[in-house]
Design a protein around this ligand. Sequence first.
Ligand SMILES: [Zn+2]
Length: 985
Amino acid sequence: MIRICSSVVLVLLMLPVKLIPSDGAYFQQYVRYRIVADLQLDDHSIAVQETLLYHNQSPDTLSDLFFHLYLNKHRKASLALPELKFDTGGIDLHNVTVNDSLHEDYRIDQTLMHLPLNAPLVPGDSLQLTFKFSAVIPPSTGRYGYQGVHYDVGNWYITPVVYDRYGWHLHQHLDNEFYQEWGYFRVTIRVPQDFIVGATGNLLNGNEVISPDEFAASDRQRAEYADSVLIPWEFEADKVHDFAWTTDPSYLRKQVEWNGTTLNFLILDYNEESWHEVTDWGAKVVEYLSQTFGRYPYKQMTVADTYIRAGGIEYPQLVMINDFINPDYEPGEFRAVIIHEIAHNWFYGLLGNNQLEHEWLDEGFTTFAEIKAMEYIFGTEGNLEMRNRGWYAEHFGYHNDVRRDHLLSYLTLAKFNQEEDPIDLHADYLGPNGYTLQYSKAGNVLFLLEYTLGDSLFALVMHRYFERWRYRHPYPEDFIQIVREVSGCNLHWFFEQWLKTDRKLDYAIDDFRLIDQSDSLTYLIRLKRKEKIFMPVDLHITMADSSYQVYRIPVDEFGCKRHDLLTLPSWHFSRPEYEAELAVPARIEHVAIDPVLTQMDIYQLDNQSSLFPPMEWHFMHTQHIAPPTNAYLWEIWPLVFYNDIDKAKLGVNLQGGYLGIDHVTDFRFWFKTATLNLDFDLKYQQPVGWLGDLSWINFRGYVLDGREGGKIGLRRRLNVEDYSDIVATLDLEVHHLSDSRYLMNAWDPGWVSDFALGWQYSDTYDGWMPKHDFMMEFRTASFGSNYRFSLVHLEVLRKFWVEYSDLEMDLRLFAGYGTGEVPAQYQFNLTGENSWGEFDNDFYRAKGSLPWPWRRKGNLYKAGGGNIRGYSLIRDLDELLGIKILALNIDLKLPSPLRELYWPLIRDMYPGVFIDFGKVWDRSWPDLKDFDVSAGLAITWEVWDWLEYFFNMRSLRLDFPLWMNHVPPGAAQTDFRWLIRLDFN
Ligand SMILES: [Zn+2]
């Protein structure tokens, strides 16, 4: 056996496999499929008999064929899913024939199959293959799968690898994109009686399979269908490159017509009400896209409500939508996903580009079409807004629209230089930010192309591209060639910069003034290019008489011009600055760079001539969730607070920022009604390039509840993984106690100034892995400090949990070591957070904000420090503090049967058990028996959303340290004791 196998491999190695065609002229292969597929509910498989006529229309003689077996992605330890421990799907191939004779000389490697031919296939000739196999469907995944008796069936049959002018595209399927040959499909799908099928192509026997009572079949279980007779659904699809289907006994059908095309909506019965709106606008989408890009040529398109787990997925004439996307809750998202997938029928369906090697050709164009269609049908403002959000959100909620959403994705990446890759890159090579590049960035680049060419030329380009390349395999150069042809311009510079680099766009109006008013008025306009991307720049000029003029500054003097615009002298890319003198009849009021050009500008506050940047103001608004991309955002919040010394504190909070990234400010002012004083807390943060990407400088100054101080700090994120964060900080801080009446914890007088160096690692991943947090801080006195000291502390958190349950364990280790004269506010507290940590929080900062009697008796604490619960009740403060500490806390969160009741309050409570073990000391190591231990029960209440929203409060917790090892003489170790604590985000 072994000898035979190795000789087969040797023979294969020696045969010259022709992988690349001899000349690069365009051709495409042709494939005719005859498929009979029987759905088998018992093992979620499809018995398939596939006959394939492969017609070699290339100029080359082929001695081999290659095929995709995409479903083999679900084999255990596949390249796409290396963590799979057993097969969840795949293709079990029973036999292969070539021209009617059994063919056993083939080899399958993961998702690819190599089939050497016995006789070469010459140009113009064809051969017939048959495959008998069982396609095992996995449980619902991103693109396909089953759930109960519902089946979404995509990428399920054996299909030839594309052989085109660039040769064979032998890519293993890593769960990215697809590329298939054009052809004809005749498919018989046999499903149990009462199942409704939606598929690519046209249904041939509709009057046989669709009965008048097709709506009666819902709520039946698989067992009821198991012995049911299989009913054949006959489909025919021509001029398509893929065939997919979906089936469910509970599907409800709605139909709308547009110009001879039927739009079929297959809706899961429980979504019937909420999907109602699709019939209002579905046809408009097909109409708009047909007019904008080219007519939809097929007789039908099906939009199906399915159990796929991606938002939506496109197949020719069939798109599947995730049933989680709830049109009642987020209609904008629902509409955008459906429109996106429908638009794929142009960019992918009809223009069958190589999705894997040039993903932007389908995703970028589709995103562009999605934005345009959403704006056309639902308006430009707020078309992504949510519905049914309650009174507060209705009046103070954020606004978002599809265009802003895509711009935000791109700009937040680009501003920190985190794109990593250019747009035009093989989909399998892209990093975690590939989605933003292929969708958001590429989609917006097409808006810039439209801007460069002008609307009418751009429309011509799109129509010509569609006319010439539909039913074919276009590559980027084919689209670029059409642009060249239609415009007569060489836009090489445009595509080179946007597709092949991750360069950024950033223009500014540097100077604008009147320089001569003797005859006519002459203005000087100076522009600056702060980043590398160069583009033609349109200046929008508003005159005092409110007339309006657009001037274009082209990129070259003799190159292409926009004849519909006034032209200024060109701006050569080698110059970072540009100056123009403009003689005009009337006074100029305002100059701005074109809003479409600047929508991809990474800093849009300096793109116009006004003294102040454009600003948006909101009162008690949540706009920061989707901030404007072209204005500085201010949010104003009232502040009302209380402590025993000032009584009521009334104030205002101004939060500002550009995209939440630039010039981020947080200013708070309070008027203190009892003392008639003012408190303030000013914070400012700005990214700095000189320290590397993802670096910030920050400042703070405050006079706050009897303390004053400030800091200058640097912060740098050291990794860009999306599931973990490593952050390093360096701060120079100074603070001083000015009024000790506010204190609720130990605090030494005088000036303290120090350097603090911090290092933090945290997993943000919240799947099934244990979660880790690691925090280390080193602090040492700096110049001018009244205290000379150094201290370091370390905190490690590890969370464990049992999948799909409320059972959870938190393990926490806290250790600290100090030397010298450590001020009391920095000393470690055995029972909770120290004073410095409490000062950070509004509620724990001053006496009386939380009930003072609780605190005085030791019942109120803030999580942190040693966290050895209960000792605050029985020891004086000076016994709880020390400059050395070691502590271990174990917290178990338990499932609560009461949570199932869904009663308010009780629903959000869970019980817990804890045990703490630790010690603080100042000099020599303590004995093990000196360590303090406590154990008890806890109840945590995950507070109402509005408390989290307005006060950042996460939970309220009661701890009952029922047992403690060290108690005063005469007291019992086991006793009823209680503590309360508030946790904040
Ligand atoms: Zn897409």
